[in-house]
Design a protein around this ligand. Structure first.
Ligand SMILES: [Fe+2]
Length: 239
């Protein structure tokens, strides 16, 4: 008898709790429905008041949106971009030559580094070639044009020692370095965007020459045979 009473009380408690939970869920569903309805009403009212994007004024049609205002400036920058394109593609090709034909104890690090630099110059060529397109000019990156118009002397054919390959590449990258610095000055005021890209390239070129030069130091040295060290010591002693 006592057991039956306990069961009845327990069942009643469960039923009451379940009813209360159900009531709460119903309230929440109703509240959600009201919120959704309110959002819909507000959106419909906004559309009715002409607040849709479609009704806003449109910008005027712009026929000519090339960068730079003067045709002469555009032409000047375009010539620089064409020159950069062929010189950078030439360096890409020369780094591949060095990557394939280098020999000697430094083969392994140089083989890898030359490939890395070939990739770098190929990507840089793309940046300057496409700047020409942005300025409204086509670009000529054909092999025949590179060989006829590049300012970078060609790389010798055949096997090459590690030491010799470093010197040849320093000489060639230095030709590019001088050209890039001249172009930065010439483009600075008329086309700051191009000048900015040239400055990025100058950073990469300087880094490239520094890394090549480090390989040419005497074994066991601490940089005393770097070319600017002699100048620094002359400046210190005043001679
Ligand atoms: Fe390779």
């Amino acid at each position: 008898m006592k057991k039956t009473m306990i069961i009845v009380v327990a069942l009643t408690t469960i039923a009451t709790a379940s009813f209360a939970q159900n009531q709460q869920e119903q309230k929440e569903i109703q509240a959600n429905k009201s919120t959704q309805q309110e959002v819909k009403t507000r959106a419909a009212s906004a559309m009715g008041k002409g607040q849709s994007n479609e009704k806003m004024g449109q910008p005027k049609r712009i026929e000519d949106s090339y960068p730079l205002t003067s045709n002469a400036d555009r032409e000047k920058i375009s010539k620089m971009m064409q020159q950069m394109t062929v010189d950078l593609l030439s360096l890409f090709n020369q780094y591949k030559e060095a990557h394939w034909n280098v020999n000697g104890p430094l083969y392994l690090p140089l083989h890898d580094y030359y490939q890395e630099q070939a990739d770098y110059y190929r990507l840089q060529a793309d940046i300057f070639a496409e700047r020409n397109l942005q300025l409204g000019y086509s670009v000529d990156g054909r092999y025949s044009t590179i060989s006829k118009t590049s300012n970078i002397p060609d790389f010798p054919a055949g096997y090459i020692t590690d030491n010799e390959s470093l010197k040849l590449l320093i000489d060639r990258v230095t030709v590019l370095q001088k050209q890039v610095y001249t172009y930065i000055t010439e483009s600075n005021t008329i086309d700051p965007v191009t000048s900015n890209k040239l400055q990025d390239l100058a950073y990469g070129v300087d880094k490239n020459i520094w890394k090549l030069r480090i390989h040419l130091q005497k074994p066991g040295g601490l940089g005393e045979d770097l070319p600017w060290k002699a100048q620094q010591s002359r400046d210190r002693t005043g001679n």
